[in-house]
Design a binder for this molecule. Structure first.
Ligand code: SAM
Ligand code: SF4
Length: 335
């Protein structure tokens, strides 16, 4: 079924243009963050996972359909063998304006400079706490110092903007929000606070009990910092504030307390090749099947992507008080 005469841009039923693709290039990770994964996660067998060549072909197809920004994520993208080469290849797609990554920072100490050379423009690094024991407890396997050295390496490599992503959970790290902003200010980098999303079933906490809203975080911060609202959007759901007297911007991603779906410009590709039309819904199209059934046929692949826009839902349906309707975990989804 075709709903657009020319295959040059992606527009959904609600008139939203999709120009941003997030690709999860692996479901594997060296950490096991308790809000993201079950402790005994079983990872996908290789045959179910897109090859690096397939990921590149998909990235190219999306770019030819008007996608301007690609975020490579995971799982931990930098633990996939060949990640750097893939990033180089995607980075050299001419029509793309921006190649960015989200990482837990564990590999940055050795990879930051090569990522810069590969054409990665911006890096988001997850950091929920500055306390080494707490860091170990939240990530189950991570080493805070290794990540801090990674952040330093990214600074040294000269990335334009580095942003910390912090998931805030009540009674686990909510009292650290001021320290995290102070850290960002000292490093001259940005920070976004994220409300936990109910993706997959986690065992160690109740998501409803752990909910700590963006408004509560803001109230904690204004006691120590002057936050100046900006009209700025970085093509994402964050609302940004400048921290007075600093280079730092503070963002709030509030899937529960604020609905940002009206301006949604993005879709996600899972490592299994499922195109997810909305983070908070299961609507998807199996692009791996399309690509494997039609090897080398870019036209068929692009048509499948254009047609997929027809099922992009109007909005997400998260409810932290109910069992998750979304059974996939964030590492599959590519947060
Ligand atoms: N491994 C990389 C990392 O941690 O940055 C990239 C993938 S990770 C899934 C991307 C982002 O999703 C991280 O900032 C992480 O904190 C966030 N995340 C994971 N599970 C989440 C959840 N249930 N709710 C909200 N954010 C979540
Ligand atoms: Fe790994 Fe990132 Fe998920 Fe943590 S949030 S387990 S680092 S994929």
């Amino acid at each position: 079924m075709t709903h657009q005469s020319s295959l040059t841009s992606l527009v959904d039923r609600f008139g939203r243009t999709v120009d941003y693709l997030r690709i999860s290039i692996t479901d594997r990770c060296d950490f096991r963050c308790l809000y993201c994964m079950a402790e005994d996660m079983v990872f996908l067998p290789r045959a179910q996972v897109l090859t690096l060549e397939e990921i590149y072909t998909l990235a190219k197809a999306f770019a030819e359909l008007g996608v301007k920004k690609i975020r490579v994520t995971g799982g931990e993208p930098l633990v996939r063998k060949g990640a750097l080469e893939l990033l180089q290849n995607i980075g050299s797609i001419e029509s793309l304006n921006e190649l960015v990554i989200t990482t837990n920072g564990s590999q940055l100490e050795t990879m930051a400079a090569s990522l810069k050379e590969a054409g990665v423009k911006r890096i988001n690094i997850s950091l929920d706490t500055l306390d080494a024991d707490k860091f170990k407890a939240i990530t189950r396997t991570g080493d805070l110092q290794q990540v801090l050295r990674g952040i330093q390496a990214a600074k040294t490599a000269g990335f334009e903007r580095i942003k910390i992503n912090a998931v805030i959970l009540k009674d686990r790290n909510h009292w650290e929000v001021n320290d995290l902003v102070r850290f960002a200010v000292d490093y001259g980098i940005d920070i976004s606070f994220i409300e936990e999303m109910p993706l997959g079933i986690v065992s160690q906490h109740s998501r409803a009990d752990a909910y700590y809203s963006s408004d509560l975080i803001k109230a904690d911060l204004v006691r120590n910092f002057t936050l100046i609202a900006t009209a700025e959007k970085t093509g994402g759901p964050s609302n940004y504030f400048n921290v007075a007297g600093s280079q730092t911007r503070v963002g709030f991603i509030s899937p529960h307390s604020e609905n940002f779906c009206g301006t949604c410009n993005r879709v996600r590709l899972t490592v299994e090749g499922r195109l997810l039309l909305c983070l908070g819904n299961e609507h998807s199209v199996d692009l791996k099947q399309v690509i494997r059934a039609n090897p080398g046929n870019m036209a068929v692949l692009k048509q499948a992507i254009v047609d997929a826009m027809l099922i992009k839902p109007e909005k997400h349906e998260f409810n932290i008080n109910e069992q998750p309707i979304i059974l996939r975990y964030m590492n599959m989804t590519g947060g």
